[in-house]
Design a protein around this ligand. Structure first.
Ligand code: FES
Ligand code: FES
Length: 163
C-alpha cells in the first residue's frame, strides 16, 4: 500500500505491506534506527514517537495508519547542524541514560511532557513518564534531566527546539 507521511519535517513516500508496523517502516524503510524496539507489545515505551504531536507506540501502529500524518522520531530532535536539543543535553548532563536503549522513547515522551506542562513537579514527571521503562538508571537522573530541561529558556518559548 502507498503511504505518504512527513517524518522529521521531510515528506516520505513508502510502499508497504498492510501489516508493516510504523516502527519497522521507520527503522527499515526510512533508515531511522533511533526508534528502538524492545518488547514489541506496547509495554516498554522504547519505540515511542510523536504522531501529529501525540505520543504513539510505533510497535503497535501500522505504517498505513500514519498515512498523511506528521511523525517525529528522536532523530528529529537534533538540529540540522548536529546541535543536540537542550533536552538531550540535559539527559547527558544529569546522567539520564546508561545503556541508552530506552533513551529515544524517553526523550520523545519527555518532549511531549514539556510541551504540555510548563513547570512539571517531580511527581508529575514520574506519572507522565510511567509508560517508559528503564532497566538501568533508577529513573532519578531522568527526572533530574527533565526538570533541568523544563527550566531551559527554549522550553519556555517553544516546547524545546524540536522540528
Ligand atoms: Fe513498542 Fe516496547 S517496543 S512499547
Ligand atoms: Fe538502559 Fe534505560 S538507560 S534501559
Amino acid at each position: 500500500m502507498k503511504v505518504e507521511l512527513t517524518v522529521n519535517g521531510e515528506r516520505v513516500r513508502l510502499d508497504v505491506e498492510p501489516r508493516r508496523t510504523l516502527a519497522d517502516a521507520l527503522r527499515e524503510d526510512c533508515g531511522l534506527t533511533g526508534t528502538h524496539l524492545g518488547c514489541e507489545h506496547g509495554v516498554c515505551g522504547a519505540c515511542t514517537v510523536l504522531v501529529d504531536d501525540e505520543p504513539a507506540r510505533a510497535c503497535l501502529m501500522f505504517a498505513v495508519q500514519a498515512d498523511g500524518a506528521s511523525v517525529t522520531t528522536v532523530e528529529g530532535l537534533e538540529s540540522p547542524d548536529g546541535q543536540l536539543d537542550p533536552l538531550q543535553e540535559a539527559f547527558v548532563a544529569h546522567h539520564g541514560l546508561q545503556c541508552g536503549f530506552c533513551t529515544p522513547g524517553m526523550l520523545i515522551s519527555a518532549l511531549h511532557l514539556l510541551r504540555t506542562h510548563r513547570d512539571p513537579s517531580r511527581e508529575t514527571i514520574r506519572a507522565e513518564m510511567s509508560g517508559n521503562i528503564c532497566r538501568c538508571t533508577g529513573y532519578a537522573g531522568i527526572v533530574d534531566a527533565i526538570q533541568a530541561a523544563a527550566a531551559h529558556p527554549c522550553s519556555r518559548e517553544s516546547g524545546l527546539s524540536a522540528h
